[in-house]
Design a protein around this ligand. Structure first.
Ligand SMILES: *Cc1c(COP(=O)(O)O)cnc(C)c1O
Length: 381
């Protein structure tokens, strides 16, 4: 692993610092959590069910949803439900949070990394077409920063080979692709409610599932493999026939999530506005390339604003002089030993890996803050 171009350490909040991320806690969260703490249900109870339903109506066109303890849980659950077996291959994104790929290691599934597109950092479907073969049992994609991947093209490959598509939509609630919301497109879509995502429940996740017939199985696997409804109705004779785990969400978390849904439209349009300011100001700067802008057939969820910058580390130092935090956030997953180590076989990823940089984007930022960041960048580095 290279150690020469380290990111800078995390910046403190305060002192006019423009930090990279900040959690968004909705106004009613405290109230709903304290109401929940007064009830009999603080673990998985009625609030989880309500959160699933409201989330599904808002983002997944009413598809079945299963709330879980993290986005990672949702992905692991999706991979199990997709029937992946030891020795199977999956085509997966190389540029993502490690959470996308780590569950495969538990399952003994072989990860085949696809390259990124240079303009979006999303999965490159042309490379997917080269990699797919009869051992491939699923295609996984991540909507990097909140820009939907080329879903029609991905689904065309998946259909040809009769395999499911699993979307990591951790960055993308509220986005859509050619009129369909991300959350209602593929066999499985995962969302994350980790601290700095659009919606946070502290930690949490959601899986939307297209095939209604596997919902009951999903719910069992979320809870050790036990049919929880039957158990609550007094049937203690339940056999366990599938290996499940403890993936469920708590009502405490769901209470925070329900409050977040009330504010989602507001926070989402604020994020989009900030993203737009970045895009307008940074699309035409020497030595810099703006990632994921200019699409008209899909809606960007504006989770990350990412640029490709020549002399990236110099720009980062310049921003830091002006109390602006920036960071690379995700790293190519194949740099990690557990994920196979780097093979220099992904030319687009190789070309940008020392050049991309993520700029501050969160609900505590004002439009003025973003104009200021743009001015600092435009003054050169
Ligand atoms: C945050 C994130 C995850 C993991 O979600 P957790 O809720 O932290 O488990 C997975 N994939 C991507 C792309 C993420 O950004």
């Amino acid at each position: 692993m290279k150690t020469t171009q380290n990111d800078l350490p995390i910046m403190e909040v305060g002192n006019e610092n423009i930090v990279l991320f900040h959690p968004h806690i909705a106004k009613n969260a405290t109230k709903y959590v304290s109401e929940t703490l007064e009830t009999r249900w603080i673990g998985q109870g009625p609030k989880v069910e309500r959160f699933e339903k409201e989330f599904s109506e808002k983002f997944c066109r009413g598809l079945n949803t299963v709330a879980v303890g993290s986005g990672t849980d949702a992905l692991h659950l999706a991979y199990i439900l997709a029937g992946l077996q030891p020795g199977d291959e999956v085509i997966a994104p190389v540029f993502t949070c490690t959470a996308t790929n780590i569950p495969f290691l538990y399952m003994g599934v072989k990860i085949v990394f696809a390259d990124v597109q240079k303009n979006t950092l999303n999965i490159d479907v042309e490379h997917v077409k080269e990699l797919v073969n009869e051992k491939t049992k699923a295609i996984v994609c991540v909507h990097y920063g909140g820009l939907p991947c080329d879903m029609d093209e991905i689904h065309q490959v998946a259909k040809e080979w009769g395999i499911p598509v699993i979307e990591d939509a951790a960055h993308a609630p509220g986005s859509s692709y050619r009129g369909t919301p991300v959350g209602a497109i593929s066999e499985f879509t995962m969302f994350s409610f980790q601290a700095i995502k659009h919606i946070t429940t502290g930690d949490g996740g959601m899986l939307s599932i297209k095939d209604k017939s596997i919902l009951a199985k999903a719910e069992r696997i979320r809870w050790f493999g036990i049919d929880r409804c039957a158990k609550q109705q007094g049937n203690w004779e339940n056999d366990i026939k599938e290996i499940g785990y403890k993936y469920q969400m708590t009502d405490i978390a769901a209470a925070i999530g329900l409050a977040a849904l009330e504010e989602f439209d507001e926070i989402s349009s604020h994020r989009r506005k900030l993203f737009e300011i970045y895009e307008q100001n940074l699309s035409d700067v020497d030595g810099l390339h703006f990632i994921g802008g200019g699409y008209t057939d899909r809606v960007h969820a504006a989770w990350l604003c990412t640029i490709i910058a020549e002399k990236r580390i110099d720009l980062q130092h310049k921003l830091r002089e002006f109390n602006i935090e920036s960071n690379q956030v995700h790293y190519r997953n194949d740099r990690y030993t557990i994920l196979g180590g780097r093979r220099n076989n992904l030319p687009n990823m190789d070309a940008i890996e020392d050049k991309y940089l993520v700029l501050p984007l969160h609900t505590k930022l004002t439009e003025e803050n973003v104009y200021h960041v743009c001015e600092v960048i435009k003054s050169g580095w």
